[in-house]
Design a binder for this molecule. Structure first.
Ligand code: DHB
Length: 308
C-alpha cells in the first residue's frame, strides 16, 4: 500500500505524523518521533524565548477527549534552529511550528527558522491558552496582515494551523485570504478553544490555568475537525493541500479525514496517550481499510466523500 503524501512539493514517507504540541518539545521527544514510523517530525510551537508554560495540572484526559492549557512551553526558537541539522538525519520532513506574541516576534522567529531550512513552516494562528492574547485566526484582518508579512520573509513552504470555524461564511473568508497570501498548506483543526470540563466527584474544574478553560482535543472533536477539513478542501480544490487534525484514534478516523479532503493527518491526544507505537498501528489499520476499498494508495482516497 502506498501511504505517501505530497504537500507543497515535499514528499512524506507516510501521511501520518504527530500534531504540534504532542510530545514534541524537547530534543529527546523529537528524536523519538524521528525514530518512530511517523511520516514527519512536527515541533512544538516555538516562541522567541524559552517558556515553562502554565501551572499544572494543564493537560488532563476525560472520557473521549482531552483538555489542555499548556501555555506554550518550549525551548525558544534558537534551540530548534540549532536542532534542525540533527533532526534532518532522520530523513523525513521537518515541520517547524512557530508562534509569536506580536507580528514582529513572528517575523523574527520565521526569518531565523526559515534560514535553518526545515522542510515546511507551520504558522500557529490559533493558540487559545495565553491570557490576554486572543486567537489571531478569529480576527480576519489581523490574519491577512500577519500572513502577508511573514510570507515576505519566508522562502520555504509555509502553512497555517487554524482553529475550527463554525460558519460557512467564515470558511469562505479565510479560504480567500489564504489564497491571496500565498499559503502552501493548512493544518486544521487546532484544539477547540476554551472548553470547560468538570470533575463529577469534586465539582471542580480539571485543569488549573485560566479557571479551568482550555483547548479540547481527542475523539469528541472529530466531527468538528472533519467539517473544517471538508469545508476548506471544497473551497481550496487542491490548490492548497489540507492536513487533517482532530479526533484521530484509529485507521478509520484517518480514512474519514482523507475522504473529507485531507492529504495527510496529524495525531495529538492519541499520540500523547499511546506513545510512538501509535504510528505503526495506524499505518496497519489504514492499510487494511484502504485495501478493502479497492484503492492502491491513500492519495486515491483524498476527497472521495460522497453526499446524499
Ligand atoms: C498551546 C495550545 C495550542 O492549542 C496551541 O495551538 C499552541 C499552544 C499551549 O497551550 O501550549
Amino acid at each position: 500500500m502506498n501511504l505517501t503524501a505530497e504537500i507543497a512539493g515535499v514528499t512524506f514517507p507516510t501521511c501520518i505524523m504527530n500534531a504540534s504540541g504532542a510530545r514534541c518539545v524537547t530534543a529527546e521527544e523529537l528524536e523519538v518521533i524521528g525514530k518512530s514510523r511517523a511520516g514527519a517530525i512536527v515541533t512544538k510551537s516555538m516562541t522567541l524565548n524559552a517558556r515553562d508554560g502554565n501551572p499544572t495540572p494543564r493537560y488532563v484526559t476525560f472520557p473521549r477527549g482531552s483538555i489542555n492549557s499548556m501555555g506554550l512551553p518550549n525551548l525558544g526558537y534558537q534551540t530548534y534552529v540549532d536542532l534542525i541539522p540533527h533532526l534532518k538525519e532522520f530523513k523525513k520532513p521537518i515541520i517547524a511550528s512557530i508562534a509569536g506574541f506580536s507580528p514582529d516576534e513572528f517575523i523574527d522567529i520565521a526569518t531565523a527558522i526559515d534560514a535553518a531550512k526545515p522542510d515546511l513552516l507551520e504558522i500557529n494562528l490559533s493558540c487559545p491558552n495565553i491570557e490576554g492574547h486572543p486567537q489571531i485566526a478569529y480576527d480576519f484582518k489581523a490574519v491577512e496582515q500577519l500572513i502577508t508579512k511573514i510570507r515576505n520573509v519566508v522562502s520555504r513552504p509555509m502553512g497555517t494551523k487554524l482553529p475550527p470555524y463554525f460558519d460557512p461564511v467564515h470558511h469562505d473568508h479565510i479560504a480567500k485570504i489564504l489564497e491571496r497570501c500565498g499559503i502552501d498548506f493548512i493544518s486544521v483543526i487546532n484544539s477547540i478553544g476554551n472548553g470547560l470540563v468538570i470533575n463529577p466527584e469534586t465539582d471542580a474544574v480539571i485543569i488549573k490555568p485560566k479557571g479551568g478553560f482550555g483547548g479540547l482535543g481527542g475523539a469528541i472533536i472529530k466531527p468538528v475537525a472533519l467539517a473544517n477539513v471538508r469545508a476548506f478542501a471544497l473551497r481550496l480544490q487542491g490548490r492548497i493541500p489540507v492536513i487533517g487534525v482532530g479526533g484521530i484514534e484509529t485507521g478509520q478516523d484517518i480514512y474519514e479525514h482523507l475522504l473529507a479532503g485531507a492529504s495527510a493527518v496529524q495525531i495529538g491526544t492519541a499520540f500523547v496517550e499511546e506513545g510512538p507505537q501509535i504510528f505503526g498501528r495506524l499505518e496497519q489499520e489504514l492499510t487494511t481499510i484502504v485495501a478493502r476499498k479497492g484503492l492502491r494508495s491513500t492519495a486515491e482516497a483524498v476527497g472521495r466523500l460522497t453526499e446524499l
